[in-house]
Design a binder for this molecule. Sequence first.
Ligand code: ADP
Length: 436
Amino acid sequence: MLLGSIADDFTGATDLCSMLVRGGMRTVQLIGTPAPDDPVPDADAVVVAIKSRTAPVRWAVEQSLLALDWLRKAGARQYFFKYCSTFDSTDQGNIGPVADALIQALGCGFSLHCPAFPTNGRTVYLGHLFVGGALLNESGMERHPLTPMTDANLVRVLSHQTDGTVGLVGFPAVEKGGNAIRDALTQLKEQGRRHAIVDAVTDAHLIAIGEAAAHHALLGGGSGVAMGLPGNFRRAGLLPEADHAAALPTVSGPTAVLSGSCSRATLAQLGFARSHLPVYELDPLSTPNAAQLAANALAWADGKIGVKPVVIAASAPPDKVAATQSLLGGPDKAGALLEEAMALIAAGLVSRGVRRMVVAGGETSGAVATRLGVKRLRIGAEIDPGVPWTYASGAHALGRSADLLLALKSGNFGATDFFLKAFQMLEGPQTLEGRE
Ligand code: ADP
């Protein structure tokens, strides 16, 4: 293993995995902190996804250190702390406290931080994070329910979360390239800074930062700054010029889509799917019971499985979501009931032979993966940016074990034709009849 990463949420981890696979690293995502005796996967990079972004600080630190310990024992040569490209955090953490703990455990004294991801409109200039054309604190993120970001100055934001000091490698140095960035990082470290925010406005900047960080034990940031890391390992002769990092074992068998996201992108994807595929919509207003919702959906799917991908959705537009939430006792209760229904449906579909499945929604994906006992995913080719097909061996459903292909899609990701395109990419018998 070359790179060991700790990610503070599930779909963010997958996003990083995709970036590493694109760079030619064979990558496996672990769901939750591995047990000490869990086998080490045969991979160039391992990303441990911990749901720690909004967890209590102490738990986030403890789990991150357990993951680090496992990755060190597995032989990783460099470590990456992956968080959101909008630096989602509060004055309490968890970016600062987790980074501090990792720095201390590694004894490296220092970490650079770069959340920039220009392809997705996230840029950092003179320490200020922009989302598209707006400063972070005017981008809508200032109203985030859990991690409202009311300051775009990341040096200041991170300073509130650490007892160490935070420096800046600004645009003039970054624009000069790898050597200038390396010198600036060394200087900040020698001045006793524990953290450095690094500007980046273009992919070329990200690659230069990656190069400059070749000998740093730890980096923090979004998936963008990982862009330059595979090249370091390749130049050091540790990573072959392989072009099959995205290869997954072939899995044949029936296909399905489970959609629990209510995001605008997912609703548009469902709208598109309706004119091509059979779609069933859960009706929690008339059936406010997870087991009954699942039984109804599975009864609908019986007889349809194996012809075309069956699409089962809890997703609904805002007015219907609001009505469901008020009937079921609030957003959390409604969300939990529908996640439970989707997890039961996933298990029912797998026990009926479904082997290739798209799941839309971060929380929904977490509920489905947990119910199927999926603990690790080998990352394959991207369907759309940030959403790869993945391979899960030995998933469990109703007493049976199966190998699956899963595409776990964060709500906002993917083009409108995502649900069709996902299956068109796959080989093997039986998906869209008449299309392959
Ligand atoms: P996203 O990635 O878009 O945020 P998530 O799956 O993380 O999607 O979150 C969507 C949440 O909304 C889940 O908890 C899901 O159970 C819930 N949900 C899905 N459909 C409905 C609905 N019709 N009414 C209320 N809540 C819903």
